[in-house]
Design a protein around this ligand. Sequence first.
Ligand code: UDP
Length: 328
Amino acid sequence: MRILVTGGAGYVGSHAVRALLRQGHEVWVYDNLSRGHRRAVPEELLIFGDISDTRHLAAVMRDRQIEAVMHFAAYALVGESVADPALYYVNNLAAGISLLEAMRQSDVSKIVFSSTTATYGIPETVPIPEQAPQRPINPYGFTKYCFERMLDDYARAYGWAAAALRYFNAAGAAADGSLGEDHDPETHLIPLALQVALGRRDELVIFGDDYPTQDGTCVRDYVHVEDLAEAHLAALERLQPRQVWKLNLGIGVGYSVRQVIEACRHVTGHPIPTRIGPRRPGDPPVLVADSRLAREMLGWTPRYQKIEDIVATAWAFHRRFPRGYEDR
Ligand code: UDP
């Protein structure tokens, strides 16, 4: 298939691009490089542009005879979305509508969309099934939730095929360290811990140790970025017109913050000093996926099950790019 990947220079997008190419698809990356990295995609595939530019986007889709879109282009920081919601409504929602409009104008009717656990808000049951109520508690989660709802309506009205894949905690990197996670500022647990191991930071702050969990720290479901990419590929290949799939992507096993840090110590051989800080607002104690539906619908089995193995790949990237891709 001929696929347009929006945000293909970003963390999950760049791994999806690689998986698509490996599978023999024709791929174009549409990215404004506001948060993505030029070095994360093959140069000849990159089309520089903003998804809010409907005319340009529609022209690209027509010229390249695009058959499906994988949509990763979005901002994805909860705290930032609370501090500056306009950024999220403009970039994730308004620009998202522009993307859907460009697809309509160029007769592209298949989309795989990166959604998130943040659409659930604070879950009542864990592991979280897809039918759990979606009550996002921050603008980031709300914009992703709205986009999911729009996909329902577009599929019904225009016969589109759409998959919204709700990631739990994307983690890890390409095993050879050639692609990985590089955010500025970095806010995520594993890259921060590895930056301590690299000597770029003195310590890691644990956001709260008084949660009702086994060791008092938050529990998350860390899913390897290459496994996420494989799920996207499977969704693309299996989706049929008028189908809308909403699927959780997680391994179904939770690790506490302390367990993740311990894995980072084990993998790097560095003591990684920590300090207990206050809770981070909006952090639910436990987020673990019930991902049986994705396994069934996509024939998906995440290859990475152990946190040490996931951290080892992230460490390979951090050692290869100790200061990130450095192309900003
Ligand atoms: N976390 C932490 N210290 C940090 C960064 C994160 O204790 O410096 C915790 C955070 O509270 C959460 C978990 O690590 O419980 C994963 O956070 P991350 O930001 O990586 O992903 P999120 O769960 O927000 O998607």
